[in-house]
Write a protein that binds this ligand. Structure first.
Ligand code: 5GP
Length: 120
């Protein structure tokens, strides 16, 4: 990782229950919740409960089981939101050039309408 994990980041605080969230799915290992500033009719963030700064950090340090669970659940959450037939988009911003604002790994799920070629 390019930086150490900062437990006071906003998603760390959400995981500790210090900030409320609109939960879409939760289990022992992951939390999915609605983005506070949605960029599509459906905009959900999926995060691991483990302390990982980014996709880079997660793919380097997490176990195969954690990674497998995370990937499988992202797909399952999108399916449960009814997004598969109409289609949807996954996005992970990594680091400065990737415009990552919150330093706790999150995957964005966008859907609920046509998205256009890319999000800015
Ligand atoms: P990034 O640019 O890091 O990939 O995306 C961070 C996302 O987190 C943004 O889409 C932003 O709207 C969302 N976000 C930031 N703070 C909060 C918060 O306190 N609650 C929720 N639900 N989403 C947040």
């Amino acid at each position: 990782p390019t930086q150490p994990y900062d437990p006071d980041n906003i998603f760390g605080r959400i995981l500790r229950g210090e900030i409320p969230n609109e939960t879409v799915y939760e289990d022992e290992h992951i939390l999915a919740f609605k983005d506070i500033n949605p960029q599509a009719p459906i905009h959900v963030l999926v995060i691991p409960k483990g302390e990982y700064v980014s996709w880079d950090d997660f793919s380097e340090r997490a176990s195969d089981a954690e990674i497998g669970h995370f990937v499988r659940k992202v797909g399952e959450i999108a399916r449960d939101l009814g997004l598969v037939e109409p289609g949807y988009r996954l996005l992970a911003n990594i680091g400065k050039h990737g415009h990552q604002e919150v330093p706790h790994l999150h995957v964005h799920i966008f859907g609920g309408g046509p998205l256009g070629p890319m999000l800015a």
